[in-house]
Design a protein around this ligand. Structure first.
Ligand code: PLP
Length: 466
């Protein structure tokens, strides 16, 4: 297998363990955030000497900053296969901001319009719509994949009321990839548009928004740079220019206007109209440099590498007693899914498993509900009664029984050896071979070992920069 580790920052870092030793950190939490790819850091560092205001400055550095920022916009436009005549790239800070913006900027008629999403979604592709449209959730099959028959039924049921379908490209919990080009065709056939939340998909698969006259085109796409190896506070909403041309921007102030009088405002053309205030152009430049590198590595290679990791993980995990793997656990079917594997260990709290992995093995995973509460309740098959009981407990400040799973998620730099270390750790945990005395914190549900002192300041402290 190819090894991509030297392309990334910080992968050799050793972290302290509970027994006083150190070990090289293993990050299996890439579905949350990824380490920086060195090219994004290089671009950021190289750019900083030219750093200046964008758009409004006449000085050379300002002009260069504007040039680099707009170049970044072109790179992101190409990255998602958008046509700049029809789509605008709007820089935002992440997917959450992108989808909130679209929810406010899409011309919904609140009393009438229906937005179709699904039970599979990250809260960021559900809650914003609830504020501006009538949300209808498509059901899932037992394994957590989209129930396409239910989608078809709901599209027919609400036909002329469906204004937008917003669906995730890939699930951050199960790794299922949705057939979003087919869904786009179905949405367009009834006169609706489609938004694909590509936060999770973009680091692992190439995206092509296609031309607007193609019935399978994508009208809107959202992406986050921190999941694309450029953790510098950027992201993008790529969306239809005709939507941004109409109506008022959702945030107003500097940069979004042509003319302001005491009585009137004339809005600038999009994308400027959608980017109030000084943008994070440093983040956008680093973001564009990261995606350039991913494209040059090649998404076919990225997908193949991650499919091998996922197959290996599924094969090894299945040997562990009392494990339940959610979603699709077939190691022979890893080329059409993402490298995200959720599981639970019978009899051991998910918070505790994550804690032991961190404190005794130096492995970072995510546990809990992954900002997808409805999906987790679906996967765990809790009855409505049990869910209500737990909700009441949690609302009363007790998270001891908070439902959840453990999630491993891969990036292109992860290796088979890292998975093997992880599997050994999980085997030890299930056999009770850990030594920490773990205490659960009632308000958060988290476990911490007695006697642990993180000593973060030994590794990093802003004190050192004064
Ligand atoms: C599928 C999906 N959508 C949206 C988001 C939100 O992304 P961000 O936190 O970058 O706004 C995430 C984050 O995990 C995600 O996985």
């Amino acid at each position: 297998m190819e090894n991509y580790r030297n392309l990334f920052e910080g992968l050799d870092l050793e972290v302290p363990l509970l027994d006083g030793s150190k070990t090289r950190y293993i990050n299996f939490d890439n579905a949350a955030s990824t380490p920086a790819i060195k090219t994004s850091l290089d671009a950021l560092n190289d750019f900083l000497m030219f750093y200046s205001s964008v758009h409004r400055g006449t000085g050379y550095k300002s002009q260069l900053s504007t040039y680099a920022y707009e170049e970044a916009r072109h790179v992101i436009c190409d990255f998602v296969g958008a046509n700049p005549q029809d789509h605008n790239v709007v820089f935002v800070k992440n997917t959450t901001e992108a989808l909130n913006k679209l929810a406010r900027r899409f011309p919904f008629t609140k009393e009438r319009d229906v937005l179709i999403t699904s039970v599979m979604e990250h809260h960021s592709n559900d809650l914003p719509w609830r504020q501006t449209a009538n949300v209808v959730h498509v059901k899932l099959k037992k394994d957590g994949s989209l129930d396409l028959a239910d989608l078809e039924k709901k599209l027919a049921e609400y036909a002329d009321r469906v204004a937008l379908v917003s669906i995730t490209g890939g699930s951050n919990v199960t790794g299922f990839i949705n057939p979003f080009y087919d869904i786009a065709e179905q949405a367009h056939a009834i006169g609706a548009q489609i938004c694909v939340d590509c936060a999770q998909l973009a680091p692992h698969r190439a995206i092509d928004m296609l031309e607007l006259d193609d019935p399978r085109h994508l009208d809107y796409v959202s992406i986050s740079a921190h999941k694309l190896y450029a953790p510098f506070g950027s992201g993008a909403l790529i969306g239809r220019r005709d939507t941004f041309l109409q109506g008022e921007p959702d945030m107003v102030g500097g940069g979004v206007v042509e003319i302001v009088t005491l009585d009137d405002v004339y809005w600038a053309e999009p994308p400027d109209k959608e980017e109030a205030g000084s943008p994070n152009h440093v983040g956008a430049i680093a973001f564009a440099a990261a995606v350039k590198k991913l494209v040059s590595i090649g998404y076919d290679k990225i997908a193949a590498h991650e499919a091998k990791l996922t197959a290996h993980a599924l094969r090894k995990l299945s040997e562990i007693p009392r494990i339940v793997i959610y979603g699709d656990d077939n190691p022979k079917k890893t080329t059409d899914r993402l490298g995200v594997v959720p599981f639970s260990l019978e009899g051991i709290n998910h918070f505790k498993v994550a804690a032991i992995l961190s404190y005794e093995f130096g492995i970072g995973v995510r546990n809990g509900c992954f900002c997808a509460h409805p999906l987790i309740l679906h996967l765990l098959q809790y009855s409505e009664e049990k869910a209500k009981e737990l909700q009441a407990e949690m609302m009363a400040g007790n998270n001891v029984n908070k439902p959840g799973l453990i999630r491993m998620s891969f990036g292109i730099y992860n290796t088979i050896q890292e998975i093997d270390i992880f599997i050994t750790a999980i085997k030890k945990i299930t056999a009770g071979e850990y030594f920490g005395d773990y205490v659960q914190d009632v308000p958060t549900g988290e476990f911490h070992p007695k006697g642990w002192e993180p000593k973060f300041e030994k590794y990093f402290s802003i004190e050192n920069y004064g």
